[in-house]
Design a protein around this ligand. Structure first.
Ligand code: SF4
Ligand code: SF4
Length: 136
């Protein structure tokens, strides 16, 4: 159903210093208004306000409190770039797999993570764990 001229839309205010480009807001937005794209060196976070219904799930779930949902009367014509950052490349298979800032923030929060493992993609991490298990 089309919205009239006085309809309320929403925009996202983001603190790009706090945002780690983790996958949470994009993966939990049921309207597909937030999306993440990754190439070999950069990860991007986009927002499309004509898809957003203002539910604030993203704001509530953001682990860094980096997002704020704000109402507006303007409907955007295309998706806008919210944030971007470097990609972490797996030391084993050389595939880009996650936000580097997200991994570094996780490592800062949990000193129990072994630094040698933090640049491994999930598949290589499992393979390394399996290869270290002695078979009976
Ligand atoms: S959930 Fe928060 S920290 Fe993660 S990408 Fe979204 S805004 Fe950034
Ligand atoms: S407010 Fe709801 S619909 Fe809008 S971007 Fe956040 S999670 Fe998606």
């Amino acid at each position: 159903m089309a919205r009239d001229k006085k309809a309320v839309y929403y925009r996202l205010e983001i603190d790009t210093l706090l945002c780690t480009l983790c996958p949470i807001c994009a993966s939990r937005c049921e309207k597909g208004a937030i999306s993440q794209k990754m190439d070999n060196s950069i990860i991007y976070l986009y927002f499309e306000n004509k898809l957003c219904d203002g539910c604030k799930v993203c704001e509530r779930l953001c682990p860094e409190s980096a997002l704020k949902v704000v109402s507006t009367h303007q409907m955007g014509v295309k998706s806008i770039l919210l944030n971007s950052g470097d990609v972490a490349v797996c030391e084993e298979c050389n595939q880009p797999f996650a936000s580097l800032k997200h991994l570094e923030r996780a490592y800062d929060k949990s000193k129990t993570l072994l630094s040698a493992r933090r640049r491994l993609c999930p598949i290589c991490r499992i393979n390394r764990l399996l290869s270290s298990v002695e078979m009976p």
